[in-house]
Design a protein around this ligand. Structure first.
Ligand code: ZN
Length: 550
């Protein structure tokens, strides 16, 4: 790297607050079990500190700390932190039950949030600036005397510094003077920009105190602000996995750490842990039930996805021409997107990614032609890797007929009690067994899905493990109204991974049926041991079958 980068400080903390500040995100609710699962993933990622929540202030956080103290999860890498406020106005820290709850949490570290913006002290706490300083000193020294390590989060620090610089600095000095190991400067409103953060942190550094940084993303600069603070001397970075947090979220700790490890060259996580970042970020998203952003830096599904044909030919020569890092170092993969913008090189790369040899130019040209025809008819393979693999197998003559559909029909009726009721019938032959099955559901697609599973289960019992997890419909020729062409994308999962298939039709049920059938064919190819054995003995079998994930 030709650029000037700060050398790694002797001590540096990666501090995660997913369980506390991250859980403030709208729609994100974590049970105690969820918190334990996420804490396990965070420990695996190798963060230095896990802020578990606010014991004493809400029952589920108290239970989480009890479960941790009970040994329900043993941390191998991280140290547990309990979060809480400075003592109440006019009370001694030793008498404040919330301060006692920090100690009683059993966490080795307490992170105490303190006001450092004069107007917040006067208007929110309704006390004097001197009392707030005493609250900081009293709380920190009491917890230190009780044997806990203490960090102090200075809330609204940056706005406070801009309005009353000397008071904001007095708060930092009071915390450090009372024994806080790190004083964390918080951009609680998230309104700062990197040069401002850099300038302010540099000034505060002159106090000779170990500083941390806590940024929110309201200007879209949370990660950049965090790095600016690190450049200016911070030795402790706070953030949340996947950038969870209220409003626009907190600094995404995955991006912060990946930037520091890969761009600054600072080893922060245990050896090999960064390569697990993509898997762990997605595993945490499964627990929070917040769909991961495909465009999340480093670990998003699209982070290393390439579409344009021109890029694809160059990527064949050297992938690093169009990528800022090797995706494998964060456990991600390069993905080629199959689209009508693509040329033959793109299709060849995509085939290779799936484990098929498309080096034969004629074959690659034929597949490219098929993709173009299908896309002109409304199909899309960018998101539907599984349908692309099936198209490829059909072209290679490498797709056994797993079942034959003879007919299907669907009825939806409004009953006398104003309920809608859907029933369908599917006729199928699979492994020589013919089935006529009736399915019910809360809508036509759901009913067809049930009937198809029922009809296939006798021949392929493992089909019961497959579940439809996402269903998206798009009208293609807008303006045609209800007679427009419809595209359906279905994502199916076997519990470990998912795949997406596409169907197109003049009719939403017809398009859905096509995508459903494709999803089960793909599922059987990749999860049914007998089908896999049949494929492996085929002459055109791919050398290394690489399943397409979503
Ligand atoms: Zn915050």
């Amino acid at each position: 790297m030709p650029l000037r980068l700060r050398p790694k400080p002797a001590e540096f903390h990666v501090y995660d607050t997913t369980l506390r500040d991250g859980s403030q995100q709208e729609g994100l609710n974590l049970s105690v079990t969820d918190k334990l699962t996420i804490a396990g993933y965070l420990d695996e990622l190798g963060v230095s500190f896990i802020e578990g929540g606010w014991p004493g202030a809400n029952p589920s956080d108290t239970s989480f700390f009890q479960a941790m103290a009970h040994g329900d999860l043993v941390l191998r890498n991280a140290t547990l932190v309990a979060f809480g406020f400075t003592r109440r106005v006019g009370m001694r820290a030793a008498d404040d039950p919330l301060t006692a709850a920090l100690r009683d949490s059993g966490a080795p570290v307490a992170c105490v949030v303190a006001k450092s913006h004069d107007r917040h002290v006067e208007q929110a706490l309704r006390t004097t600036l001197a009392e707030n300083l005493d609250m900081i000193t009293d709380t920190v020294s009491h917890l230190r005397a009780e044997g806990q390590r203490v960090f102090v989060d200075c809330e609204h620090f940056f706005n406070g510094f801009l309005e009353n610089r000397s008071y904001a600095l007095e708060c930092v000095a009071a915390a450090a003077g009372a024994g806080a190991e790190v004083v964390v400067l918080c951009d609680t409103n998230g309104g700062m920009l990197p040069p401002w953060v850099g300038e302010i942190v540099a000034e505060v550094s002159e106090l000779g105190v170990q500083l941390g940084i806590h940024c929110h993303n309201d200007t879209g600069c949370a990660v950049a602000n965090t790095l600016a603070a690190v450049d200016a001397g911070a030795m402790h970075v706070q953030g949340t996995v996947n950038g969870y947090g209220e409003r626009t979220g907190n600094a995404d700790l995955v991006s912060v750490v990946a930037n520091l490890e890969l761009k600054y060259g600072w080893p922060l996580l245990p050896a090999g842990a960064l390569q697990e970042a993509t898997r762990l970020a997605h595993a945490i998203a499964e627990v929070t039930n917040v769909p991961p952003s495909a465009r999340q830096p480093y670990v998003g599904l699209s982070s290393f996805a390439h579409k344009a044909g021109l890029h694809a030919s160059a990527i064949k020569v050297d992938p690093n021409l169009y990528q800022h890092i090797d995706p494998a170092v964060v456990g991600n993969d390069m993905r080629m997107l199959v689209s009508d913008m693509a040329g033959r090189a793109n299709i060849q790369l995509k085939g290779e990614e799936l484990g098929f040899d498309l080096s034969d130019r004629d074959l690659a040209a034929r597949v490219t032609e098929k993709v173009k025809e299908a896309e002109a008819a409304g199909y899309t393979f960018e998101a539907a890797d599984a349908s692309f693999e099936l198209l490829l197998r059909r072209e290679l003559g490498d797709l056994p007929e797993l079942f034959t559909v003879h007919s299907w029909r669907v009825f939806t009726q409004l009953t006398h009690d104003q309920q809608t009721d859907t029933e369908c019938t599917v006729k199928i032959t699979a492994r020589g067994q013919s089935q006529r099955v009736v399915g019910e559901g809360n809508g036509p697609v759901n009913a067809l899905d049930h009937a198809l599973q029922l009809a296939l289960a006798p021949a392929y019992p493992m089909i019961e493990k497959l579940t439809l997890v996402d269903y998206r419909v798009r009208i293609l020729d807008q303006g045609h109204g209800t007679d427009a062409t419809v595209r359906v994308l279905i994502t199916t999962s076997d519990g470990r991974r998912g795949w997406t298939t596409v169907g197109v039709g003049q009719n939403i049920i017809e398009a859905s049926w096509e995508a459903l059938v494709e999803s089960y064919v793909y599922g059987l190819l990749h999860t049914d041991a007998r089908v896999a054995a049949q494929l492996a003995s085929s002459p055109t079998a791919p050398a290394q079958p690489v399943p397409a994930g979503v």
